[in-house]
Design a protein. Structure first.
Length: 160
């Protein structure tokens, strides 16, 4: 399942997935945007959780209609959905903010933290949005050369 980007247009990543953060690794991807920028549902699904406070600040987690994918958005200023509510891909579900463990005047400032899990395993949100989920391709028996061929034909390909 390819997910829709929560922001449009999608800005440059401010903190990528998997980078060291003290003793842990960053479990999502951060994209900066002005506070109040609309955030869109990344897929059809049902709101599984809504948080207020803590490190994530205002956050929402949605179980995609495939039942396998859980994506969440954190540090939101406004949240327009509640637990159990059905959302449609592209629907505005909140706005970018700097709630939770974020320093408003710091390098991150207002941003959205995006986390994606499939079958309980963390995925790089940028790759899930761009449709490059290598694990699924490997399970299907696609070789490294096959991955390279898919990459060459990808409309999201970036020059190396």
């Amino acid at each position: 399942m390819t997910l829709l980007a929560p922001l449009s247009p999608l800005p440059r990543v401010s903190s990528p997935f998997g980078v060291p953060r003290g003793a842990t690794l960053h479990n999502g991807t951060d994209w900066p945007a002005p506070a109040g920028t609309p955030l869109h549902a990344m897929s059809d699904g049902v709101v599984e959780f809504r948080l207020a406070g803590g490190n994530s600040g205002n956050a929402v987690g949605v179980r995609s209609s495939d039942g396998r994918t859980l994506w969440s958005l954190a540090h939101m200023q406004d949240v327009f959905v509640g637990v159990g509510q059905r959302v449609r891909r592209g629907e505005v579900i909140g706005t970018v903010g700097f709630t939770g463990h974020v320093i408003p005047a710091g390098p991150a400032g207002a941003h959205v933290h995006v986390r994606v899990e499939r079958d309980g395993q963390l995925l790089d949100p940028e790759k899930a949005i761009r449709g490059i989920v290598v694990l699924d391709l490997v399970l299907l028996g696609v070789t490294t050369w096959g991955l390279y061929e898919l990459y060459k034909r990808s409309p999201w390909r970036r020059p190396l």
